[in-house]
Design a protein around this ligand. Structure first.
Ligand SMILES: NC(=O)c1ccc[n+]([C@@H]2O[C@H](COP(=O)([O-])OP(=O)(O)OC[C@H]3O[C@@H](n4cnc5c(N)ncnc54)[C@H](OP(=O)(O)O)[C@@H]3O)[C@@H](O)[C@H]2O)c1
Length: 194
């Protein structure tokens, strides 16, 4: 069984963006050292257009071959005229309103999202599944998440969009790795405790 990994950037107090979800204030923390880590360990989590700008669009996938994201997160790319923001991955977008997919590489999942993700997890593949967010889809898929990779930026927001939009349900995870960066960013990996 391959893993569903919620790979996410957040503030010290656990918010993934401002109250509307805008996370753009976090971008400057992706400095040379952190970008080096991301490109060497998780190159596929960088969107296709960003990879092109960085000149790394031919880097092979390392951890993931599939991405799952919510329609609101996908909208950010659509607004820029980009219909396949992660063209180097198989792309799944959860949406009950989008209807037909705007791109042949993107499959829309309208019904039984958790069941579709369980089927993806059951596929025979050496690669895991990247759960990109945002809060709503992470809440909807919380029971399916096997691993968390949390990039914590050294900022307290006080309010904002939470990591999970879902009911209170404490779930234990085990710390598997931790790395600090010169600019105060900490990247932690947790595995779900079974
Ligand atoms: N900090 C980070 O690393 C990070 C990463 C990703 C995203 N974000 C931020 O997160 C924000 C978006 O988060 P969000 O919580 O508003 O939205 P979201 O989770 O990206 O998308 C929500 C949408 O997904 C669809 N959806 C959710 N559950 C579903 C289900 N069970 N079945 C079918 N469709 C389902 C619905 O689409 P329909 O309304 O079309 O039905 C829903 O409106 C963005 O602003 C982005 O900046 C931050």
């Amino acid at each position: 069984m391959r893993k569903l990994t919620y790979f996410i950037a957040c503030s010290i107090d656990g918010f993934i963006g401002d109250p509307e979800g805008d996370a753009s204030y976090m971008y400057p923390f992706v400095d040379e050292e952190l970008l080096g880590h991301l490109t060497s360990e998780y190159p596929e989590t960088i969107p296709t257009h960003g990879r092109r700008q960085l000149g790394i669009d031919d880097l092979p996938n390392k951890r993931f071959d599939t991405i799952v994201q919510g329609r609101a997160s996908y909208d950010l790319a659509l607004k820029e005229g980009i219909t396949s923001p992660y063209a180097h991955l198989r792309e799944y977008v959860a949406s009950r309103t989008l209807g037909e997919s705007p791109d042949p590489n993107v499959e829309i999942v309208a019904d039984d999202l958790a069941g579709r993700v369980r089927a993806l997890k059951a596929e025979d593949s050496a690669y895991d599944i990247y759960l990109c967010g945002g809060a709503q889809i992470a809440g909807a898929l919380a029971d399916e998440i096997d691993e968390l990779v949390i990039k914590t930026y050294p900022v307290v927001q006080r309010s904002g969009m939470p990591m999970f939009a879902s009911a209170f349900s404490p779930t234990e995870f085990t710390l598997e790795s931790l790395r600090g960066f010169g600019n105060g960013v900490v990247v932690r990996t947790y595995g779900r405790k079974h």
